[in-house]
Design a protein around this ligand. Structure first.
Ligand code: HEC
Ligand code: HEC
Length: 460
């Protein structure tokens, strides 16, 4: 349906017209700043909301256009608009329902962070509500893959702590070479490099790599595959991006840097601090005194407190065998963030998915051990870069008897006979296994699995 409308912007007279028009502020968020008489075509993304003050303006039409608060314009601007029925076709509400309300954004920027959390890799890209909202849309948008089937969220599922229960995740062109990683508290990590092998220098650097990975989302630019510029052209056709970009950055121009900033803001916003551990730590901190982390938590069972002590304390060895003390986990997965020590080498897990004979010694990063388990006590997917450890028993067995490799962390050496060439022997007892597992389960939160602000905003 083609219609030709004559728009008249006459601030004084329009007020009267406005009352008769069905006015829904989601109907039209109009593109390109309109500063002079102009011809608008259906391919334009109209964005006027910050440009024109107060009043819906329309002549000879059934289409309502709402102008939100803005600054003054010249008293009279008129132009002709050839619109191919496009204004009514697009509304944020048609795409997001009530999931995104630009006038009432979710809180991402000012979420409470416990004051015992010291790590923060935000650097020059602080979270804003609109930036993280744009990041959320990008994170869930399958249009960011070459065949419209895969989004970040296909491999990072909220219900599993933003990881995947599959050993290898499925991308546009096959399976990933490593297991997906939980995205819990990525912001609060001493190690600022990302991926298991730390190949991304920052979270911003990481953010567009999956999009450009030929297996994951496919805009690699290699072997005839489209590149990031063609993705940006594609995104310009999706009407919600100009709107979101304009709100986030002041204009509608899509760039890789802006995508990185928005996605990184959303990922950094994913935080989990409502675990049983946090409740207990809060209590002992409010009581004052030294070694609050090591004190028994009053909200813990005896087993959980014993598990905590095992986790936090280093082993005492004789002749390379642990004879007393703890299990030394905290040396590398330091409480209260439970993030990985940035000096860690590998932990003896050196497998490669799908190739029993290959080894990979390069993996030295781990996600936070928070939310390793879900709220029902099940692992949020298999563990380690190769997804090889599928039960807590297997994880404990691994650390109990470590096999040496050339890039093994020194803290995991010194086994029987001592020295660098022997892996640790923890001699973990049956009771200690129960206690360690009980403690690790206290690191699981609940809000991060259910809060809508991290959920899929698309209604289709
Ligand atoms: C096809 C599955 C898949 C898709 C799609 C995917 N990821 Fe991942 N993601 C993974 C895998 C697998 C890893 C671990 C890869 C590695 O270390 O080599 C990972 C790692 C990460 C990490 C590193 C976490 C850490 O603690 O180091 C972040 C952050 C991340 N992904 C965010 C994203 C974002 C943002 C997107 C979308 C732009 C995305 N992922 C798309 C599978 C996927
Ligand atoms: C020397 C440092 C070091 C010590 C000590 C250590 N870890 Fe790790 N841990 C790592 C590294 C590095 C990884 C990532 C390994 C990989 O996938 O290649 C890891 C991975 C893990 C994972 C998998 C996380 C995931 O998301 O898949 C778990 C679980 C874990 N460690 C538990 C423990 C426990 C429990 C202890 C104590 C018994 C412990 N670690 C001691 C360095 C260490």
């Amino acid at each position: 349906m083609k219609a030709s409308f004559f728009f008249m912007f006459l601030i004084s007279s329009v007020v009267l017209l406005a009352q008769d028009l069905p006015c829904d502020s989601t109907i039209a968020r109009i593109i390109q700043p309109i500063t002079q008489a102009d011809t608008i075509t259906s391919s334009d993304t109209l964005y006027m909301s910050s440009l024109v003050s107060g009043t819906p303006v329309l002549v000879q039409s059934t289409v309502a256009i709402c102008f939100e608060n803005g600054f003054e314009v010249a008293a009279s601007v008129s132009f002709e608009a050839n619109i191919d029925g496009c204004l009514t076709d697009f509304s944020m509400e048609n795409i997001f329902g009530g999931n995104i309300d630009l006038d009432n954004l979710e809180n991402y920027a000012n979420q409470p962070v416990p004051n015992y959390i010291n790590e923060d890799n935000t650097d020059g890209n602080p979270i804003t509500d609109i930036g993280a909202t744009l990041g959320r849309v990008l994170f869930y948008d399958k249009n960011l893959s070459v065949n419209n089937t895969i989004a970040c969220a296909s491999c990072h599922l909220q219900e599993f702590g933003f990881s995947d229960t599959r050993v290898a995740s499925v991308g546009v062109d096959g399976a990933t070479g490593r297991h997906s990683m939980r995205l819990i508290n990525s912001r609060f990590a001493e190690e600022e490099r990302f991926f298991w092998d730390e190949r991304a220098a920052t979270l911003e650097d990481q953010a567009t790599q999956p999009i450009q990975d030929h297996i994951e989302m496919g805009f690699s630019g290699n072997d005839g595959a489209p590149d990031l510029d063609s993705l940006i052209r594609k995104m310009n056709q999706l009407e919600y991006y100009p709107v979101l970009l304009t709100d986030a950055f002041g204009d509608a121009i899509i760039t890789e840097t802006r995508m990185q900033q928005a996605i990184a803001q959303f990922v950094r916003s994913i935080q989990s601090f409502d675990s049983k551990f946090d409740v207990g730590f809060d209590i002992v901190r409010s009581q004052g005194g030294n070694n609050q982390l090591g004190s028994n938590f009053p909200n813990y069972t005896d087993s959980e407190n014993r598990g905590k002590a095992l986790y936090l304390t280093n082993p005492n060895n004789q002749n390379g065998q642990r004879v007393s003390g703890g299990l030394g986990c905290n040396r590398c997965h330091g409480a209260p963030e439970f993030d990985i020590d940035d000096n860690s080498d590998n932990n003896g897990v050196i497998g490669v998915i799908g190739d029993a004979n290959a080894t990979d010694l390069t993996n030295t990063r781990s996600p936070s051990l928070r939310d390793l388990f879900d709220g029902n006590g099940n692992l949020n997917g298999p563990s380690m870069h190769d997804g090889s450890l599928t039960t807590i028993t297997a994880i404990i067995d691994h650390y109990n008897v470590i096999e040496v490799n050339t890039n093994l962390d020194n803290r995991l050496r010194g086994g029987p006979g001592g020295g660098q060439n022997n892996g640790q022997r923890l001699n973990i007892t049956a009771q200690e296994r129960i206690d360690l597992e009980a403690f690790l389960k206290t690191l699981t939160g609940s809000d991060v699995y259910t809060n809508d602000k991290w959920s899929d905003p698309f209604i289709n």
